[in-house]
Every structure is written in C-alpha cells, then in structure tokens.
Design a protein around this ligand. Structure first.
Ligand code: NAP
Length: 317
C-alpha cells in the first residue's frame, strides 16, 4: 500500500547514509541546510506529506496548521515535549519517536554524571592539570557512591536501565512514578510522593518526560529533602527541575552536588553553576554516542519506510 507520493520536509539531518536513503525514496526538502529559520520551506506546504524532525527541533502546532496534507511526523529522539501531539491527534497525523535504542547510553550517562559529581572527577582532573596536586597535595574528600540509596524519578525505559546498573554498585533503589510499575524487580520500592523519595535517597536521578505535566516537579522542597550530602542527576529535561532553586541550594550548601545533562533554557546555562566544583555539566549529550545516534537515525528511516509500505509506524508515540 503506497501511503504517500508527496514531499518529505527534513528539518534535521540523519547523517549521510540515512539522508541518502531518504533522498532515494522521496522528494526531500532539506530544510536543515538553511536552518529553516525563516520558515521558507512552508512555501512548499501543499506538497509536504512527511516531516522528519527531532526531539529538540520539534515542530510547532502553527506549522502543522500550514501543512494541509501532512500524514506523518517522524522524530529523532524520545522526548515529545516539542512535538505537536494534540494538533497531530486532532488531524489523524501519525507521530513516531525513537524509544529503547537510546536507553542504555542515556543510563550510562546518568551513572557517569552521578559518579563524576559525587567523586568530583572533573574537579580532580582540573586539580591535576593545574599542577595543584604537586603544590597543594591531597585532593579534598568526596562522597561515597557504593552501597548507598538511589532514587529514580520516572522508572520508564531509561529509568529502568539506570536502575539495573544500581545493582552493580550495591545501591538500594526506590522510585516515583504516577503509579507503581508492574513486573519490575520486587526489591525496587515505590515512593508515593517525590519528596519522600528525596528524603530517603542519597542520590536522585530524574528520568521522567519534560513538558507542562512535569514542570518544576523537582522544586526547592524536593532538593532540600535530598540534602547537603545529596546529589541530583538530571538526564531528562531541564524543565523538570526548578533551576533557580537548584542554583540557590547548591550555592548555600543545602544541596550537595549535581550532574546535569539538561537545562531549563538550553543552551543557556546559569553562570553560577560553572563556579561550583560539586557540579558536573554536559551539553545535552546523553544519547550522543556514534552507535546510538546511528540506531536512532536508522529507526527514523525505518519508520518512514514502514509508513509508506504498510500505513503503520514501527514506534508510534
Ligand atoms: P518512558 O519510558 O515514557 O518513561 C517515562 C517515565 O516517567 C514513566 O515511567 C512514567 O510513568 C514517568 N512519569 C511520567 N510523568 C510523570 C509524572 N508526572 N510524575 C512522575 N513520573 C512520571 O520514557 P523514556 O524513554 O524512559 O525517556 C524519559 C525521558 O528522558 C524522555 O521523555 C526525554 O525527555 C528524556 N531523554 C533525555 C535524553 C538526553 O539526551 N538527555 C535522551 C533521551 C531521553 P507514569 O506514566 O506511570 O507516571
């Protein structure tokens, strides 16, 4: 069944191989080449049946309204907070993302940030490079990770990959979702309230979706409950954490440390965070390994091919 003979607007590049696969099948409008900033691609709106975008670039409901023949939006990444889900649902437009293939690498990054922040690995690296080891001697003491308590906010695909790794470090684990997850390791306890989870945990990892429903879920009360020895790790979305409260509590010492891959106003990062040694910063790169990025790109193309051949997406949102 041939689902579309129209054009494909490509808002992001998927790498040379996948871009070539797309160009071999569809008339592609390579919006990403000129940044798409001025919306010139929408002048070809009448032809466009497919849009390729990403969790970060997204697609506005306004753009959807200008695409009368749009059939499917295939997004690179798992987050849906920048996708026009309501507008798509109202028009019967199919939407896909790229779940699962990135979970393990994002979980690795969560652990990397946790270890780096608690053990102050980047600060130690700076200490050695600056020659301070020779002049000032022993590096200050850091926080033990092994054997402690890990809280996970959002025990979904990524949260569970993070949780599985906890066993190797001998951590006990509890989580908070809107409801308990069936069929997971019975040793993973459920916390009804996020603030109770933070109170119990030594480390809290944020792994739930962003968007209006989770905005500032991690607020000053939750961060205070995590405490002066506690470490917050966020690999989910900056919007989930009240960043102003995070900065204030880190500065006052009421929160022990943080490992952050995502920020409220990316790529802007509060300057104050860069001045705190107990904070480790990454430029939203948790899924950014060659292997994972390649799998994500191929899954976007496979979704489009499946849509064209069967009228179904492989990984619908
Ligand atoms: P997922 O499988 O859908 O898991 C999300 C989990 O969050 C679910 O267990 C869900 O459980 C829970 N949740 C949702 N709303 C909640 C709320 N209001 N309060 C408490 N828990 C809530 O998604 P995933 O594949 O693990 O991805 C999670 C997020 O990670 C994505 O949405 C994305 O934003 C982020 N991410 C970041 C990167 C990066 O590069 N840093 C890469 C990939 C993904 P309930 O529905 O039962 O509440």
């Amino acid at each position: 069944m041939e689902q579309t003979d129209g054009a494909l607007a490509q808002l992001v590049s998927l790498g040379a191989d996948c871009d070539a696969r797309l160009a071999a099948r569809w008339p592609v409008i390579p919006v990403y080449r000129d940044g798409g900033a001025d919306g010139r691609w929408l002048q070809q709106a009448a032809d466009i049946r497919l849009v390729v975008t990403s969790a970060r670039v997204g697609l506005s409901p306004r753009a959807v309204a200008r695409l009368p023949r749009l059939q499917a939006i295939c997004s690179w990444g798992v987050g849906c907070d920048a996708l026009p889900l309501d507008a798509a649902r109202a028009r019967g437009i199919a939407v896909s993302n790229t779940p699962d293939v990135l979970s393990e690498c994002v979980a690795d990054m969560a652990w990397g940030l946790l270890l780096a922040a608690a053990r102050q690995i980047p600060a130690g690296d700076r200490y050695v490079r600056a020659g301070q080891w020779a002049t000032q001697g022993k590096f200050p003491l850091t926080t033990q990770v092994w054997g402690k308590r890990l809280g996970v906010l959002g025990l979904g695909r990524i949260g569970q990959a993070i949780a599985r790794r906890a066993q190797g470090f001998g951590l006990s684990l509890r989580y908070h979702n809107r409801r308990p997850v069936a069929g997971v390791d019975p040793a993973w306890g459920y916390a009804d309230a996020l603030v109770d989870l933070a109170q119990w945990a030594d480390f809290l990892v944020v792994a739930c979706p962003g968007g209006a429903g989770t905005r500032h879920l991690v607020d000053a009360d939750v961060l205070r409950a995590l405490g002066p020895q506690g470490v917050l790790v966020n690999i989910a979305r900056g919007s989930v954490v009240d960043e102003a409260a995070l900065v204030a509590l880190l500065q006052s010492g009421a929160l022990g440390g943080a490992g952050l891959d995502v920020f409220e106003h990316e790529p802007e990062v509060p300057a104050a965070l860069a001045g705190i040694d107990r904070v480790v910063l990454m430029p939203h790169a948790a899924s950014g390994t060659r292997e994972t990025v390649d799998k994500m790109s191929r899954l976007v193309v496979d979704n489009l091919v499946a849509w064209q051949e069967t009228g179904r997406l492989l990984t619908p949102v």
